[in-house]
Design a protein around this ligand. Sequence first.
Ligand SMILES: [Zn+2]
Length: 450
Amino acid sequence: MPGVRRRALSLFAALVVALVVAGGLVRPVAAQGLVRDAGVEHALRQIAAPLLTAAGLPASRIQILLINDPTMNAFVVDSNHIFMHTGMLMRLSTAAEVQAVLAHEAAHIANGHIARRMTNMRSAALGSRLGLLLALAAGAAGAPGNAIMGIAAGTSGSAQRIFLSHTRGEESSADRSGVRYMAQAQVDPGAMLDVLDLFRGQEALAPGRQDPYLLSHPLTRDRLRGLRGFVAAQQGRQFSDNETVDYWFSRAKAVVGAFMQNPAVTLRNLRRDDTSDAALISRAVAYHRQSRTTQALDAIDTVIARRPNDPYLMDLRGQILLESRQYAGAVNAYAKAASLGPNEPLILAGYGRALLARDTPESNRQALGVLERAQAGDANDPGMLRDLAVAYAKAGNNGMASVATAERYAVLGRLRDAGVHARRAMGMVPRGSPGWLRAQDVLNMVEAAE
Ligand SMILES: [Zn+2]
């Protein structure tokens, strides 16, 4: 079954050109380049956990975040986040290949390759905010440069090369450690060579035509030779297949692929007799995007019947209903999802959004509580912060609405707007109150960047 799925998915990857940029009617909760989806992030946590453990890094601290970008890249800018492009995920054909990429990034963190860069920043406080990381991520993704990147790198212009790119020595050390983590986690380190094979021939291209991964992780002949040596040293060892990791890899790719690609292409590439969970999820999303809600619900409900306690399936059901304007049903689905995964901030964010869409005095009141819980769990979700501001405004609390708006701009890296709203908020909420302190926190960050 996994084999069938993989073949189908690599066909998808070839058709990623037909990319529909998220952010229109349907989106996997995407904002400013980041793809925030509870199920996808859970899948990435499952895939990453064995490598992070092998690297001696606390898996609970490190968040794997997807950037909506069709090119291949993965990088780190601080010790708490690993960024990967959707294009990378879609091009990789096995969970082990994703693990190879993550093992290499984890090695950059564990080996202290980040600390040197962070000291280049004018203020360490800047680095603690996702806003700056996102601005850097946007730079790495090839978006137009902006002031924040200039500050971070100490120069405007080729910020991503200066800030994100590693030295040959660091690459070699990350390769060596990454291979060791993989072996320790029972993952075949040969997958690391398979990943680098994807870039074969690109070294000869002009930098502008290479995948950004080659800029952040220079691939030299020496590096390849060294890596082959590290992998060969592991030969003869037995590596086990991890079905759980493979399963979640197929789910992550199903959701991301179906949201990114033309739904007709998604449906065409699925084999009629493929009734795996991943195939049904792909169909559900593709039908949903074609506004064929009944078929979408049939598909997702078939998977839910197999896995009734899976909060991420119920979360997807809620999203389908919400975006189909079936608000009462959406509220019920999200309520169920939230009870199955009580500590999933992204699920709570969806639940809050559905309650706001329901728009009754009772549901609006409930939404505020749910969204405050979502924020307590993950303050870096711009969609949630937008909804939270709406919920405060509906409750007549314009001061807190401004606080949430300031925080949303901070997360998005729009520091000027963040400053405007933070100042406004501080004039509206009681001095010294929790909201006032949060606004001050945003203002401090903005001023450190000025
Ligand atoms: Zn590297």
